[in-house]
Design a protein around this ligand. Structure first.
Ligand SMILES: [Fe+2]
Length: 218
């Protein structure tokens, strides 16, 4: 809704000139997202799906739109996958990060897998397997950190800044959330590979030095 996007814009405002790229998830509405962030040119492609490919430093960031309007689950239809194929063909040899809201793999959290990417995961894996320059696939939706091998690359989900989905791998686990500490992913490029950190979000004591005047402090 317009008011929710206005709230998000206010939360992002302190980032100033830092480049920010938004990606639709299952709670988004494409037309309103585009209207509310009209100055985000990469969102305004005009096609049915909010997908884009941008250069972020030495990396190519390709964002996929997995949303199914009005539904919690996600999908990658033939049109969205073909667009990805075309984009990947245009950037062979460049390090690529694919970002998408719904993870394309089973998480074993049963109630989340029921509203996971229900269409297109197998085709996506086949496409990625043909492009070894895909460094990572980064996803949301799960509100917790998960890493898997997928199509020869690493696919991961990111924790949430708010609540987390309860970690319960019983197939019939109840749908539940927890107030575990919020966290975020920090992906850093070292010139050759992507180095992915999991960072707690909050205000903590420290940092304290390990050494003082050349002496180890224990
Ligand atoms: Fe989601």
């Amino acid at each position: 809704r317009e008011a929710e996007y206005a709230h998000l814009a206010a939360l992002l405002a302190p980032l100033g000139d830092l480049p920010v790229y938004l990606l639709p998830g299952n709670h988004d509405e494409r037309a309103q997202l585009r209207r509310s962030f009209a100055r985000h040119g990469y969102l305004q492609g005009g096609g049915e799906f909010v997908q884009y490919s941008v250069k972020v430093g030495p990396l190519r960031l390709i964002a996929l739109d997995t949303m199914v309007p009005g539904e919690s689950h996600g999908a990658l239809c033939a049109a969205r996958l073909q667009w990805l194929e075309d984009e990947l063909a245009a950037c062979r040899g460049e390090p690529v990060v694919i970002a998408m809201h719904h993870p394309p793999f089973r998480t074993l959290i049963g109630h989340m897998d029921k509203i996971g990417l229900l269409e297109g995961a197998g085709q996506l894996e086949a496409i990625v397997a043909r492009h070894p320059n895909v460094e990572r696939i980064i996803c949301g939706h799960l509100h917790r950190a998960i890493d898997v091998r997928f199509g020869g690359t690493i696919a991961s989900t990111c924790p949430a800044p708010g609540h987390q989905v309860a970690l319960d791998l019983q197939p019939d686990a109840p749908s539940a959330w927890m107030l575990e500490p919020p966290a975020l992913r920090v992906h850093a490029w070292d010139g050759q590979r992507l180095v992915s950190h999991l960072a707690a979000s909050g205000i903590f004591e420290g940092p304290y030095p390990f050494h003082e005047n050349g002496m180890l402090i224990d």
